[in-house]
Design a protein around this ligand. Structure first.
Ligand SMILES: [Zn+2]
Length: 254
């Protein structure tokens, strides 16, 4: 099982990281992909201990970090993302939830990340909050046939999901999908499994039945189980499909 989106370097794991990794390994997690949120994320990722689980790094500036004034140049981001040990570009995206004040800067940053992702041939990881139309418009503008990526923590409608798939994106299925009354499960039921990957977004957004707790990569199994129910398929088929899709997307061999 693969957790394609986990902030394992968060200080929320400082006290029990080894136990967290151990529980993830016991839960069947084989790979963890770590999106960056700012310029320091990579340093923190590099300090993580080695583990039975394969850990993969990405580089990028989160839209809420953009709100805080954190910037990178296209050149610097390219330098990072060209590195062989960096497997994805992000997370980037748009977040209009907290304020409208930085829309322009966020959109600018998203365009930079998309150009870099195309240049290095690695997927872009997209955060989206209250900004779906603008996000997909920019992806459409940036898509020249070479851009791949994940709409992380997918929570759109069937129409929005279909548009994202038509634009070449994959869907990250995480905690919100497991929440009762969120409605994401009925949407996901109607979209193709072979374009979906599993994620936690730990330490945030723990899936049911752990909702409200600190999230951790072992909890990805709850999302996998729910996806098996929704798709009416055995758990092994869900694990196999999402694992192969993630490995292919990130160009990682087992
Ligand atoms: Zn994230």
């Amino acid at each position: 099982m693969i957790d394609t989106h986990c902030h394992l370097y968060s200080d929320q794991f400082d006290d029990d990281l080894q136990e967290v990794l151990h529980r993830a390994h016991n839960a069947g997690v084989t790979h963890i992909f770590m999106p960056a949120i700012d310029l320091d994320s990579l340093d923190r990722m590099e300090q993580l201990p080695s583990s039975e689980i394969l850990l993969y790094k990405m580089a990028g500036i989160h839209p809420t970090s953009v709100n805080e004034g954190i910037r990178t140049t296209e050149e610097k981001l390219l330098d990072w993302c060209r590195r062989e040990d960096i497997v994805g570009v992000g997370e980037t995206g748009l977040d209009y939830y907290w304020s409208d004040d930085h829309k322009k800067e966020q959109q600018q940053s998203l365009r930079v990340h998309c150009r870099v992702a195309r240049e290095v041939g690695k997927p872009v990881i997209l955060h989206n909050r209250n900004s779906t139309a603008d996000l997909l418009d920019i992806i459409e503008e940036q898509q020249d046939g070479s851009l791949s990526g994940i709409w992380h923590c997918f929570n759109g409608s069937v129409e929005e999901g279909t548009r994202a798939l038509d634009l070449g994106l994959h869907l990250g299925i995480g905690g919100i999908f497991t929440f009762k009354n969120a409605g994401v499960d009925t949407t996901v039921a109607k979209l193709p499994l072979d374009r979906m990957v599993l994620e936690t977004d730990a330490p945030y957004l723990a899936p049911a039945p752990k909702r409200g707790q600190r999230n951790e990569p072992a909890f990805v199994r709850f999302t996998a189980r729910r996806l098996a129910e929704v798709k009416n398929q055995p758990l092994e088929a869900i694990v196999e499909s999402t694992t192969q899709t993630a490995l292919q997307l990130f160009s990682v061999s087992e």
